[in-house]
Design a protein around this ligand. Structure first.
Ligand code: MG
Length: 469
């Protein structure tokens, strides 16, 4: 064992650690990054050396799920440790929040930042928020000390007369003008740039993140870095343009990889790598309707907006050298497990006054046991589409694999064995009636368990709202 990992292990084992030293947490959360978009997850043409090193020194989780296949509910699930149906953040009326939405993550929800605040963590949200942009819903009201980023998706508030990006995506080299998207950049509660210059946004998120780590190197911290990329419209700094043979999308991912390298270099330089846990993941699968401007789900079926595996199984890495043994984890995990897991690792508790959906993954992370997660419920627009238990997945509802329109209830549920059939290609319900019955009952019990959830947040509008331009 090298000296630094040995030191980390000794600090971790020390009784002092539990009482006085909490680990730092960093979540690097991409927007619409697909399962097949990193070198370490099999991409042949996008270079991601920093993230590949993260996977090599850490743990690559191959069956890790985002809470939901679209932005707003996925973020609500990650930060609260609950399926977004419980917080009212998934909606049949509207999938996500828009600039004219009045709703947001309810105050009574408890976020990871608020859990860690009990242990006096410094907390920062950098990047895309998308959990409500009115003052009562911004990160500062949900346990974050600092916020720097855009409050909703980077394609929202397209100005009148601007070119249609969908048409542009037919051209692999199409590069949009950030001024066509009237999206503000915020610092805490203030708009500091409007429209945000998205060309440099990944770079500036990175600089702010590095600054936050440096400023808080002597106390425990939680950094939630939610990149607005690679959600379309794709933007990136000059230095990364035209570099990837994968084209513009590859260039964007290579800048995100650079960004991760900057964060890791900072942790190493400050000797914080021995007490920092980094999680890299994505909010949902690739946006396939944007062709070469969207990512790849690799071997998985479909993409963003669907409850096929391509919509919700996301490339995920846990890194804590000397604490988590490097390995590939083929067990299940989910973004809704992070709150419970971080609470466990920091010696505090997840909320006990409400129904939580997260499991403590620390036995699997520490290499002392298996992941306790053995099931997952796939919600989409407030409808339970599918359920997984062990290797079996049963679909009740589906939608179009690319456009995610045409939502429909299946006449008879479809069953797949995900370990033998990663692509959900071979439907086997007729041959396995007992499994179908078991999963149907499991889904019904889960639906009953979510009754009494908070009311829909995504459907509410700001009266008389008008776009700026
Ligand atoms: Mg997304």
């Amino acid at each position: 064992m090298k000296l630094k990992p040995l030191l980390a292990f000794l600090i971790w084992c020390s009784p002092l650690f539990a009482s006085h030293h909490q680990p730092n947490f960093v979540i690097i959360f991409c927007d619409d990054l697909g399962y097949g978009d990193l070198g370490s997850f099999g991409n042949p043409t996008i270079r991601t050396p920093h993230l590949d090193r993260l996977a090599h020194e850490g743990q690559k989780w191959t069956q890790f799920y985002s809470a939901d296949p679209i932005c707003t509910p996925s973020r609500a699930g990650l930060l609260t440790g609950r399926y977004p149906i419980r917080s009212g953040m998934t909606s049949a009326a509207r999938g996500v929040l828009f600039p004219n939405s009045s709703g947001g993550l309810p105050q009574k929800e408890v976020t990871i930042a608020e859990v860690l605040k009990q242990k006096n963590y410094a907390t920062a949200a950098v990047g895309k928020w998308h959990l409500g942009h009115l003052p009562q819903h911004l990160p500062m009201t949900q346990g974050f000390d600092f916020y720097y980023g855009i409050p909703y998706s980077n394609d929202m508030a397209k100005i009148k007369g601007a070119p249609n990006y969908r048409a542009g995506a037919e051209d692999p080299d199409y590069y949009p003008d950030f001024k066509d998207f009237d999206v503000p950049l915020m610092e805490d509660e203030k708009n500091v740039e409007w429209p945000a210059d998205q060309n440099t946004i990944s770079k500036r998120y990175t600089e702010r993140s590095v600054q936050f780590i440096e400023d808080n190197k002597d106390r425990p911290f939680f950094l939630y870095l939610a990149h607005s990329m690679p959600h379309i419209p794709l933007f990136l700094s000059e230095a990364f343009r035209g570099k990837s043979i994968r084209g513009l999308y590859g260039d964007v991912i290579e800048e995100i990889d650079w960004s991760a390298g900057q964060i890791l270099d900072t942790l190493r330089r400050l000797n914080l790598d021995i007490k920092t846990i980094v999680v890299f993941t994505s909010d949902n699968g690739p946006w396939l309707s944007f062709k070469t401007h969207g990512g790849s789900a690799g071997p998985l079926r479909a993409g963003k907006g669907t409850t096929f595996e391509g919509g919700q199984r996301v490339p995920t890495i846990f890194w804590a050298p000397g604490i988590f043994p490097p390995r590939v984890v083929n067990e299940m995990g989910a973004s809704i497990d992070l709150l419970t897991t971080f609470a466990s690792l920091s010696g505090t508790n997840a909320p006990m006054d409400r129904k939580m959906d997260g499991y403590d993954l620390s036995p699997a992370l520490m290499g002392t046991g298996r992941s306790p997660r053995n099931e997952f419920f796939y919600w989409n627009r407030a409808v339970l589409h599918a359920v997984r238990s062990g290797p079996w997945k049963l679909h009740f509802w589906q939608n179009h694999p690319v456009t995610y329109s045409r939502v429909h209830k299946l006449d008879t549920p479809e069953l797949y064995h995900l370990e033998k059939d990663i692509s959900e290609a071979y439907e086997i319900a007729t041959a396995n009636p007992d499994i179908v019955t078991y999963l149907t009952q499991k889904a019904e019990m889960h639906k009953q368990d979510t009754e009494g959830s908070l009311p829909d947040q995504n459907g509410a509008l700001i009266p008389g709202f008008k776009y700026r331009r």
